[in-house]
Design a protein around this ligand. Sequence first.
Ligand code: T4K
Length: 388
Amino acid sequence: MEKRKILVTRPQLPPLNEFIPMLEDIWDSRWLTNNGKYHEEFEKALAIFLGVPYVSLFANGTLALMAALQCLRVKGEVITTPYSFVATTHSLWWNGIKPVFVDIDPVYGNLNPDLIEAAITPETTAILPVHVYGNPCKVEAIQNLADIYGLKVIYDAAHAFGVKLKNSSVLNYGDLSILSFHATKVFNTIEGGAIISHDLKTKKRIDFLKNFGIADETTVVAPGINAKMNELQAAYGMLQLKYFDTAIDGRKHITDKYKEGLEGIAGIRFLNEATNVDYNYSYFPIFVDELEFGRSRDDVFEELKKYDIYGRRYFYPLISEFSAYRGLPSAKGLDVAYELSRQIICLPLYPDLADEVVETIVSIILEMSLDETKKIPVKMLHQIKRNK
Ligand code: T4K
C-alpha cells in the first residue's frame, strides 16, 4: 500500500519536459495573458476536442458561472439545486439573483425536473442545474419546461468535461454550459474554466465580459470583469488534452474495480452507468444507507481516515444549509437532497491510484459491513430515526 495519505483526488500533471519548451517560448515572447497565442490555440483545440461550437476560456469555473448569468442578463429568481458545490449558488448571489432551491432525484442527485414547474413564479428567468459527478441531467425534460415558460438554461457542467449523451457532448444542451478546470477536476489547467456557447454573437459577448467589457481600445460595451485565462495555463491545457483519453481509461479501470468489490454489500449503493452516456469517471460516489449497512456514512468516513484514506462528503452539508441561504423559503423541504447528503462519500479516484489501495478501501468497507459486534441493531436504528 502507498505510504502517503490517500486523498480524494490527485491532480494529473503533464510531463514537465514537454512544458518547459512552452515556458521558454512564453518567456521569449513576453506575451503572458490577454488573448495570447496559446490562449487562441487552446480555445480552438478544446472546441474540436469536446465537439462543441464555441469555447471561451476563463480563469476559473466560478467566474465563468458569474459571467454566463451576466451574458444572458439573468435576473430575479433562478431555479437551482442545493446538492452541489457552493460556487453554483454563490454565482447567483454575486449577480443579485435569488436562488430558488428545488429537490433532486434520488438516484443521480441531479435537479428533479418533475418539481421545477411548481417553483416557477413570474420572477423566474432561468434554470441552473448541475450535472453532478458528470452524470447528465434530464436535459430534454428541463428544456421542455424552459421552452414553455420562456426560461434560460445554464448548465453548471463543472464535473462534465468530455461527457457525451447519445454520442454528442452534454455541453451542447441548454443556452450555455460552464466548465471548471480546477486542479481537482478530471481535466485541469491548475485553475481555469470555460463557457460553452452555441453561436458567435454570444461567444463575442462572453469574451467582452471576461475582459472588462472592452470591445476595442476606446469602447467598453458592458461592466465586465477580469476573468481571463493566462498563457501559462493555456499552454499547460494544450498538453493536458494529449493525455486526457489515457487518464479516462485509468479512471474507468479504478471505477470498475470499486464496483466489482462493492457489488452486493447491503446498504452500499453506487451509480450504475446508462448505456447512452460516455462517462468521464470524475468521481466515485457511494451512498451509505445506515439502516441497511448497519453503520453510518460518517462511521465509514472516519474508519477510512484511520488508514490515512480521505474520502470527501461531496456534497454535505447542502448549499441550502449554509448561513447565506438557510433563511430562504426554498431552503426547506429538500428531503431527497438532505438524505443523499447524509449518505454520500466520494471515494479516492484518480488515474494512477494503485489497485491495492482500491482493494484496501473495499476490504475496509466490507469488514465494517460484517462487523456484527459493533453493529447497531437495525430495529434500534429505525427507532432512533423515527424519534428524530
Ligand atoms: N460548480 C461545481 C459543481 C463545482 O464542483 C465547482 C468546483 C465549481 C462550480 C467552481 O469551479 P472553480 O471556480 O473551482 O473552477 C474542490 C475544488 O476547489 C473545487 O474546484 C471543486 N468544485 C470542489 C468540488 O472541490 P475543496 O474545498 O474540496 O478543495 P480542497 O482544497 O479541499 O481539495 C480537495 C482534495 O484535493 C483534497 O483532498 C486535496 C486534493 N488536492 C487539492 C489541490 C488543490 C490536491 O491533491 N492537490 C491540489 O492541488 O474544493
